[in-house]
Design a protein around this ligand. Structure first.
Ligand code: FUB
Length: 317
């Protein structure tokens, strides 16, 4: 450990909970999960700017006001293969988490995206807050126009099969793989279409037998960034494009890279990042903020457009 890492670890031990309404805290690409009645968020970065691109943390809340740091999940220097591409500097972002048979799996993007291609890694833990151990090799490597970023793993409740969704940015291509039951190796790639308006940040969930593929569209630091979705009769399509769910309003710009969670009371939430009242035109400067709002379905299963809120964030119960 170098001095910076020792200081960061010491800060973690004394880290006070963060108190906030919407937006909840500084961070981006939030993957949210309900774990034992608490909402956990696994983001890029984290509150107060103290979370750098060399590691991941997790944050949990019972009231969507008070956020407890849950520790350091994994650091860049714990990923043995990271330097194998010969690039000098690497960074981590856009984590996705899955749980299967009592084990926790953290999937992450490893940059740069060029001149060497981005890669996706996976690490395993006994608890959601880690520590996570890297699997020892990249799970997916980009190239030939495909950017291996924004991983999301989904275990199909019907078949028990696990899938990995990834891809985005300039290539704006979606790819899907079936994972082996160990969750850290690939069984096969499944040929899927890239749905209309897809840029990145794929998220899969199932409700009432319908599979919802939702994703970000546009430039991540501009007002056109938004969340769209498609539905399908299976986790791998065929997709039917259904429209936009979350788009910029007068003060909140470029909302995207979201996840959905169902609360213990059966309400659905969308957890996403946005730019708060950015000054000046895109590309926006500053930091993205994590926010949480209610997600509602129409009686025919359509997702209704989301209204972004400020102080009055939803409650968990
Ligand atoms: O946080 C880095 C990038 O911004 C992610 O890969 C994209 O999904 C966008 O949110």
């Amino acid at each position: 450990m170098n001095l910076r890492q020792i200081l960061a670890a010491a800060l973690l031990l004394v880290a006070a909970p963060v108190r906030a309404d919407n937006p909840q805290f500084q961070g981006a690409d939030p993957h949210a999960m309900m774990i034992d009645g608490e909402l956990w968020v696994f983001p890029t970065g984290g509150p107060g700017g103290s979370w750098a691109a060399d590691r991941f943390g997790a944050f949990s809340s019972r009231d969507l006001k008070t956020w407890q740091p849950r520790g350091e999940l994994i650091r860049r220097d714990q990923i043995a293969w990271i330097d194998a591409d010969g690039t000098r500097e690497h960074f981590l972002w856009a984590p996705g988490v899955a749980m299967r048979d009592g084990k926790w799996y953290l999937y992450y993007s490893v940059g740069p995206q060029n001149p060497t291609p981005s890669r996706i890694g996976v690490a395993v833990a006994d608890r959601p807050g880690g520590p996570y151990r890297d699997s020892g090799q990249p799970l997916v490597t980009g190239g030939q126009g495909f950017e291996a970023i924004d991983p999301m793993a989904f275990v199909d409740p019907k078949s028990g099969k696990a899938y990995l969704y990834a891809g985005g940015s300039a290539g704006a291509k979606l790819r899907v793989w079936e994972l082996n039951p160990d969750m850290v190796s690939i069984a096969r790639e499944v040929a899927v279409a890239t749905p209309p308006h897809f840029t990145e940040g794929a998220f899969m969930h199932e409700r009432g037998g319908t599979y919802y593929l939702s994703y970000s569209h546009g430039r991540f630091n501009a007002a056109d960034y938004s969340v769209h979705y498609a539905t399908a009769p299976s986790p791998v399509g065929p997709w039917r494009y259904r429209g936009a769910i979350l788009t910029s309003d007068a003060t909140h710009k470029g909302p995207g890279h979201h996840s959905f969670v169902k609360t213990p009371a059966g309400k659905w939430l969308i957890v996403y990042h946005r730019w708060e009242n950015p000054r000046g035109p895109a590309p926006f400067a500053g930091e993205r903020q994590v926010a949480i709002d209610r997600l509602r379905y129409a009686s025919d299963g359509r997702i209704l457009p989301v209204r972004m809120t400020d102080a009055a964030a939803p409650r968990l119960p």
